[in-house]
Design a protein around this ligand. Structure first.
Ligand SMILES: Nc1ncnc2c1ncn2[C@@H]1O[C@H](COP(=O)(O)OP(=O)(O)OP(=O)(O)O)[C@@H](O)[C@H]1O
Length: 251
């Protein structure tokens, strides 16, 4: 089943910047898609369109027009892991992770024991369970990024959108997040993530979308798209795709 279809998506900001120009591709459920592109290429604009924060036409989610989704229904299908988030109040980690359960709560409803179990398990998945009663304001930058992933795991959406999911992480936590995301992907979750790390894209993605100045330079399997020529064209700087001990390495 198609999880996502983009049909000639364009977006111009009020000031007149055309951030996306006729971008089309589709994603099957269970695929993992890396969105690559230089600074200002339109990656965040695309994520904001998928989340309905920027309004646009031509986006279909599981066969239904994005514009026809209610807020909670959208939350059950799509979760975002931003790079960071500003906190207005000092919740505990567990309370914050429980926000991921919002799309499943009734009007004025409070989270159930089952919701709490799911949130605790999500904190365990990212290795933050021993911090669950600590205030979120006490976290380091990397822990903060792991918490945002935990909240989205608790949300149990069919698609996960991730904005630079490993940007603040040390090597051990980077590996942990890659392993969590691979596991989610194997269980059938559809992933779309932006990254400046072509090695991460190659390791985690099944497919790659390359955006250049708002245009789709190419879309296809990682084997088709991640080539020295394509990456050099995308970033306008020499990049090479090689192999060390049987593993693909981009440098
Ligand atoms: N709120 C806004 N108002 C006007 N122009 C914007 C706004 N947000 C982004 N832009 C412009 O739209 C274009 C695409 O920006 P976008 O943030 O989508 O790029 P990006 O690929 O996510 O970049 P980066 O890798 O630097 O995060 C850029 O030219 C940017 O300056």
């Amino acid at each position: 089943m198609k999880a996502l279809e983009l049909d000639r998506i364009s977006y111009t900001y009020p000031g007149g910047t055309k951030a996306l120009d006729s971008v089309s591709f589709s994603v099957e459920e269970g695929e993992s898609v890396a969105i690559l592109g230089s600074n200002g290429a339109g990656k965040s604009t695309l994520l904001d369109l998928l989340l309905g924060w920027n309004k646009g036409k031509g986006i279909t989610l599981f066969g239904k027009d994005l514009a026809d989704y209610g807020r909670k229904e959208l939350g059950r299908n799509l979760a975002l892991v931003p790079q960071s988030e500003h906190y207005n109040f000092s919740f505990t980690l567990l309370e914050y992770t429980l926000f991921g359960r919002s799309p499943y709560l009734s009007q004025m409803g409070t989270p159930t024991e089952k919701d709490a179990e799911i949130a605790v398990q999500a904190l365990k998945d990212v290795g933050l369970e021993s911090y669950q009663d600590r205030p979120i304001t006490s976290l380091s930058g990397g822990e903060h990024q792991l918490l945002l992933l935990a909240r989205s795991i608790a949300q149990q959406s069919r698609i996960l959108l991730l904005d630079e999911p490993t940007s603040a992480l040390d090597p051990a936590n980077r590996m942990r997040v890659i392993s969590i995301l691979k596991d989610l992907s194997q269980k059938g979750k559809t992933l779309l993530f932006t990254t400046h790390d072509a090695n991460l894209a190659y390791e985690l993605a099944t497919h790659v979308a390359m955006l250049k100045k708002g245009h789709l330079l190419c879309y296809g399997t990682k084997e088709e798209t991640v080539t020295s020529e394509m990456l050099t064209t995308l970033y306008e700087t020499p990049l090479y795709v090689g192999s060390i001990e049987g593993r693909t390495l981009i440098y």
